[in-house]
Design a protein around this ligand. Structure first.
Ligand code: MN
Length: 329
């Protein structure tokens, strides 16, 4: 399936200085794919750095890597120095320069050094070459495994890398239950287990490590949830005042949007959350209902068929009415 162009393989046959960049607000797949690929590339003889646009959530802190990680928002100078010194840039789990923030995105598209992409989002922007872009694949971590296999480099996946890649597969597939899961997905998961991934430990770290504030926020969110059964849709929101009063930490609302979808007969859920820079929108759907198109057309965003995000003007009531309008027409 995934083929490495000969000139690219040739380029990587010598030790190179490589920077791997993932997207703003890195999730399990973004962190897992950069950690997994980063440490494998290091074992292949390359000098690797990972650049994250901003910090990743606490529930992913159990993941380990022997590759230095620079958070751009916190250590801009060091991150830039690493990027400037690299011979090759890899962008993982995103496919548009905007997704890593305005400054990093601008730097990426300056085109003064080769950039490759490994990603599974729809409608990739043409800033990278080669582009390993496979929108039908469930996670970037799954693609990193395929990429390493195509490079004959699976032996370079150690226990930490296996844990990282497995974690991204779990978070991007809702624990292997989304329609994007293929037989191959489970084969790769099994292979990662053989390489040291511990599914029970990963699940515990991701799903059984709630902070009290997170659970209370979820309670608040569910209490205010509104359903339109005629439209088969659910709407949930949290405003800034509620978030601040709860002692909100990044990552606390991860997965909230899926709760609305768990109701029988509901096929779409929109979760709106107010941050300093405006309202963030998360959308989830079932089946053929394409929320990435909806996010693109109405919420300045995008994503996958069943999982997408964007932004909107507030307040919550206006977003809710907008959603009902869109779905009614
Ligand atoms: Mn992903």
């Amino acid at each position: 399936m995934l083929k490495i162009p000969p000139h690219f393989k040739e380029f990587l046959s010598e030790p190179r200085s490589i920077c791997l960049i993932n997207h703003f607000n890195p999730d399990g797949d973004a962190v897992g794919s950069t950690f997994g690929l980063g440490s494998a590339l290091k074992k292949m003889g390359h000098e690797v750095s990972i650049i994250m646009p901003n910090a990743f959530p606490d529930f992913l802190k159990f993941l380990r890597t022997d590759v230095p990680v620079f958070i751009y928002a916190e250590h801009m100078q060091e991150a830039l120095m690493r990027m400037e010194a690299s011979a090759l840039i890899g962008t993982l789990d995103f496919n548009h320069p905007d997704r890593c923030g305005a400054e990093l995105g601008k730097w990426l598209t300056a085109k003064d050094r080769p950039v490759f992409m490994i990603d599974h989002h729809q409608q990739p922007a043409a800033y990278a070459d080669p582009m390993f872009s496979f929108p039908d694949v469930a996670s970037t971590c799954e693609l990193v495994f395929e990429w390493l296999e195509a490079m004959n480099a699976l032996q370079h996946i150690d226990t930490d890398a296996a844990q990282a890649l497995y974690t991204g597969m779990v978070t991007d597939t809702g624990s292997f239950r989304f329609p994007s899961v293929r037989p191959r997905t489970l084969e790769i998961a099994a292979e990662l287990m053989r390489k040291g991934a511990r599914p029970h430990q990963i699940h515990e770290r991701i799903y059984d490590s709630n902070r009290e504030s997170r659970l209370r926020l979820l309670g608040h969110c569910l209490k205010g949830m509104e359903l339109r059964t005629d439209l088969r849709a659910a709407f949930m929101s949290l405003d800034a005042a509620t978030l601040n009063a709860s002692g909100y930490l990044k990552g606390d609302t991860e997965g909230f949007v899926n709760q609305g979808l768990s109701i029988e007969g509901i096929e779409l859920c929109l979760f709106a959350m107010e941050r300093e820079d405006g309202w963030k929108i998360s959308l989830r759907s079932r089946g053929d209902l394409d929320v990435s198109a909806l996010a693109r057309e109405h919420f300045k965003g995008g994503g996958h068929i069943n999982a997408a995000g964007g932004e909107s003007e507030g307040p919550a009531e206006a977003i809710r009415e907008k959603l009902w309008d869109i779905l009614s027409t």
